[in-house]
Design a protein. Structure first.
Length: 141
């Protein structure tokens, strides 16, 4: 029973994190990647803001799909963790920390925490990789 709950918990974590990433990537895409590059990436000081904006959108959308499917989940988590770390901890980011009335880094921190959990725990049994690929082998008692 405990293993089934753990696998369901990993599925829940993967699917909801993946859906959130896809939605945020889609918003950036539909609003215009150029707008995102000018408003969020360029102020941080990346040398090619449009390239990095496209990489951020691709990371969110593709990473989200891989999370949902449970396909190459740990590999997909690496760029998501990197991107969310930049969004949450860059001192030049226009977003502030919680409670300032400005756009907040709180969401980036939440996605960072969820993506690190996926990176460390893997996809679980209910994944395209399935059967425990990407997770530690569990002993049978």
């Amino acid at each position: 029973m405990k293993e089934k709950l753990a696998d369901f918990g990993l599925l829940w974590l993967r699917v909801l994190t993946g859906l959130g990433l896809i939605v945020h990537g889609w918003f950036k895409l539909s609003a215009g990647v150029e707008t995102f590059a000018a408003s969020a990436v360029d102020p941080i000081g990346f040398p090619y803001p449009l390239v990095f904006a496209w990489l951020a959108v691709a990371t969110e959308v593709l990473g989200g799909f891989f999370f949902i499917l449970g396909l190459w989940t740990r590999w997909a988590a690496v760029p998501v963790v990197f991107m969310m770390s930049i969004a949450a901890f860059s001192p030049l980011s226009p977003a502030a920390f919680i409670g300032s009335g400005k756009p907040s880094k709180e969401l980036a921190l939440a996605y960072l925490v969820m993506s690190v959990a996926v990176l460390l725990l893997g996809a679980g049994r209910w994944a395209v990789d399935g059967g425990g690929h990407g997770t530690a082998k569990r002993s049978k008692r």
